[in-house]
Design a protein around this ligand. Structure first.
Ligand SMILES: C[S@@+](CC[C@H](N)C(=O)[O-])C[C@H]1O[C@@H](n2cnc3c(N)ncnc32)[C@H](O)[C@@H]1O
Length: 266
């Protein structure tokens, strides 16, 4: 361990000993380039850097493995998988996001992965159980509409309102249950012993910090065979800062997201 040698007994990934050691860090603070048709992808507003997704996929898969994303958006996961020779399946309920993903793949000359348009709760039924090596996904936020109202005008005009297709005005409990239902169903597609990684940002709303990552982690842990293994913090230093509470109150500037790691155990 710690050497630059690939161990033939490695069943998890294609990393050498020293790469493996580095990959277990719980904070990712590496800056990711604004590239891969970023302008087109940012029509979504919640897109993740494909290289970040590739870095995470590398930890949990081997070349040729299959990755699933039930909330694919404009395809951070799928593009990341193509960059490092993995196969992927993505599902999204909004056609526009899948179309943008396909356009980006073409422009970047990357293999177009399999996409499915529809509600994951239904569409996951068409994917074979225990056929997937890794799930990397990024959940739609709870109640983004109300969230928007707490932000300043400049942000209100941003594309954030588009990206989740979430006009449902759910309670937090309803949102947690919906995420659980879809992620649980997705996890049935995982081979036993394989991993699921879920991006989730905490939010500050109604003068209160909502620890959504912790709440979602507890909810997912209700599934007996899904064991939480880590919470990786991704620090996004490219986020622009806005003055929220100044000069009277402390209001956090969210420049991180959580990546919850679960393993499907017997
Ligand atoms: C946070 S975004 C994912 C962004 C993605 N990581 C990217 O890089 O573009 C969540 C996505 O889930 C989709 N979505 C919401 N509910 C869904 C459902 N029930 N089934 C499938 N997709 C859904 C939204 O349309 C949205 O694009």
């Amino acid at each position: 361990m710690g050497s630059n040698i690939y161990d033939e007994r490695n069943t998890l990934n294609d990393l050498t000993g020293s790469e493996w050691k580095f990959s277990t860090k719980t904070v990712i603070s590496k800056p990711y380039p604004i590239n891969m048709q970023h302008k087109l992808r940012s029509e979504h507003g919640g897109q993740k850097p494909p290289e970040l997704c590739a870095d995470i996929i590398k930890i949990f898969t081997k070349r040729g493995n299959l990755v699933l994303d039930p909330f694919m958006g404009v395809g951070g996961t799928l593009l990341g998988a193509s960059l490092i020779d993995r196969k992927a399946i993505g599902i999204d309920i909004t056609k526009r996001w899948i179309d943008i993903y396909k356009e980006v793949s073409k422009l970047e000359n990357l293999e177009e992965q399999r996409t499915i348009l529809g509600d994951s709760l239904k569409e996951l039924d068409n994917i074979e159980d225990e056929s997937v090596d890794f799930i990397l996904t990024d959940v739609p936020y709870w109640n983004i509409d109300t969230l928007k109202q707490t932000r300043n005008k400049k942000i209100k005009q941003s594309k954030l309102n588009d990206f989740d297709n979430n006009t449902k005005n759910q309670t937090k409990e309803e949102w947690l249950q919906e995420m659980y239902d879809i992620l649980y169903k997705a996890s049935r597609k995982l081979k036993i012993g394989k991993y699921m990684a879920v991006f989730i940002g905490d939010i500050y709303r109604d003068k209160q910090y909502h620890f959504l990552s912790a709440e979602l982690a507890m909810k997912i842990s209700e599934a007996q065979d899904l064991k939480m293994k880590s919470n990786i913090i991704w620090v996004d230093n490219s986020k622009s800062l806005h003055v929220f509470g100044y000069p009277r109150a402390y209001v956090p500037s969210m420049i991180h997201q959580n990546i919850l790691i679960f393993r499907r155990e017997v």
